[in-house]
Design a protein around this ligand. Structure first.
Ligand code: C2E
Ligand code: CA
Ligand code: CA
Ligand code: CA
Length: 274
């Protein structure tokens, strides 16, 4: 048994070495990508469920990693957080997205994902302020998306920062809602302007009564708190029909538009009205 144990530990360690090496290589490539301006942005439309009108776009970071092809942000953001590149990357995303959005038709908002590590930076508020100033984007057109996990480590501090950002006129959305372990507590203590219902809830909403009941409960919660709810990951018309019937405010997903470049000529065609 001892020999078997040693053998397993050995495999385990070799595995860890391999993973550590891969993360280190990716970290190095992330810094290079920053230097060489190799990141780019994709935009995904957000629409009103009742009117079908576009309300804004979420910006999603894209990276074509040399020798690897397109890498998902779900894979490289954690590495960027680990190696410290996330702050510089986050500043770049915010700046480019605000510059783009400043030339969009007036009502459209830009939603930007913010990592918890970014939020914890001493100069984060100043970064937001100067980016708005530099880009000329009106504060009410910027929305920051934060996850529960990103604010959980130091709640008081996060609350303080979010309040200051709101005071600037920028709005705050809670992302991936329903996946954290203390969603209700978070909702009670933070001044959110929007709830983004995690896309895992969409998967079974048409077929599974349980899932539908949970979605209905969250929509009711949003209504009682006067916080609009946006459903993520809407892929089918049937899902959209349920959301409309249950009074969901906004929707985002492949049915309404895939992340990519914005085609302004197509913007009147809508998955909601068409
Ligand atoms: P997220 O913020 O929840 O973003 C939504 C993700 O769902 C995106 O994946 C989007 O492409 C995908 N999606 C949209 N509609 C559908 C749909 O109908 N079906 C399915 N199956 N998926 C859909 P993506 O672009 O791979 O991003 C993954 C995550 O990476 C994001 O999740 C976000 O947490 C993070 N991320 C992306 N860009 C940034 C960024 O600029 N900064 C930070 N800190 N994180 C980012
Ligand atoms: Ca998001
Ligand atoms: Ca999300
Ligand atoms: Ca997510």
């Amino acid at each position: 048994a001892k020999a078997e144990f040693d053998r397993r530990i050995c495999y385990y360690e070799r595995d860890m070495d391999e993973q550590a090496r891969e993360r280190r290589d990716m970290a190095r490539d992330l810094w290079t990508a920053l230097e060489q301006n190799a990141f780019y942005l994709a935009y995904q439309v957000q629409k009103s469920v009742s009117t079908g009108e576009t309300t804004g776009y979420e910006v999603l970071l894209r990276w074509n990693r040399p020798g690897h092809g397109e890498v998902s942000p779900s894979d490289f953001i954690p590495v960027a957080e680990e190696c410290g590149a996330i702050n510089a990357i986050g500043v770049w995303v915010l700046k480019m997205a605000c510059l783009d959005a400043a030339s969009w038709p007036e009502p459209y908002k830009i939603a930007v994902n913010v990592s918890g590590l970014q939020l914890a930076q001493v100069d984060f508020i100043e970064t937001v302020r100067s980016t708005l100033f530099m880009s000329g984007l009106a504060p009410h057109r910027l929305e920051l998306e934060v996850t529960e996990t990103s604010i959980i480590s130091d709640k008081q501090r996060a609350l303080h920062i979010l309040r200051q950002i709101k005071a600037m006129g920028v709005s705050i959305a809670i992302d991936d809602f329903g996946t954290g372990y203390s969603s209700l507590e978070t909702l009670r203590s933070f001044p959110f302007d929007k709830i983004k219902l995690d896309r895992s809830f969409m998967r079974e909403v048409e077929s599974n009564e349980q899932s539908k009941a949970i979605v209905r409960a969250i929509l009711t919660l949003g209504r009682s708190l006067s916080v609009p709810v946006l459903a993520e990951g809407v892929e089918t018309r049937a899902q959209l029909d349920v959301l409309r019937k249950e009074g969901c405010t906004e929707a985002q997903g492949f049915l309404l538009g895939r992340p990519g470049a914005i085609d302004w000529d197509d913007r009147l065609e809508s998955g909601l009205t068409g």
